[in-house]
Design a protein around this ligand. Structure first.
Ligand code: FES
Length: 174
């Protein structure tokens, strides 16, 4: 009888402990939620105030700057690295004012092409390949595919490379 009584008492205490633990847990959770909510309120208001009253952000750059327009006269070229990839590329200022840019790696066997101002073409010295300056298309030589174009835009006297290459770079070599 005594053992039965002890078991009942122990069981009652355990139930009470569980209830207390659950209550303590819910209480802690409630206090934490309220504290976190109150703490976040002034920070959000502060961020909105800073956004409204802070210095105005300058308009986003249209891309990666390559060269100033003034530094590449009409009919001239400017070699640069393809933004982000480090590939050799060339910016051409065509007669008539248009700017175009290409990956300089020849699509035959990846020799770097050169600007030939006399002929107005891009020339590959390795196997006498020639590419059209306005389109990048093959004019002569063993290459079968045009030079990959690097899209550019001119803004406020600066030429920017925008996005990635229009066409992937791949050599004809197998
Ligand atoms: S690598 Fe350019 S023509 Fe061969």
């Amino acid at each position: 009888m005594r053992q039965i009584y002890r078991r009942m008492i122990t069981s009652i205490h355990r139930d009470e402990e569980h209830r207390l633990n659950r209550r303590a847990f819910l209480h802690t959770l409630f206090v934490f939620s309220v504290t976190a909510g109150l703490a976040g309120l002034p920070l959000g208001a502060l961020a909105r105030w800073a956004e409204r009253s802070g210095p105005k952000r300058s308009p986003r750059s249209p891309g990666t700057p390559i060269a100033r327009v003034a530094d590449v006269p009409e009919g001239q070229a400017f070699n640069f690295e393809f933004p982000g990839l480090g590939h050799p590329a060339v910016l051409l200022h065509l007669k008539g004012g248009r700017f175009v840019a290409y990956d300089r790696r020849c699509t035959h066997l990846l020799c770097p092409v050169l600007w030939d101002a006399d002929s107005g073409k891009l020339k590959c010295p390795c196997h006498h390949g020639f590419f059209d300056a306005a389109t990048g298309n093959v004019l002569a030589g063993p290459s079968r595919r045009p030079l990959p174009e690097v899209p550019v835009v001119v803004s406020n006297g600066v030429v920017y490379a925008v996005g990635g290459e229009k066409r992937g770079v791949r050599s004809d070599a197998r």
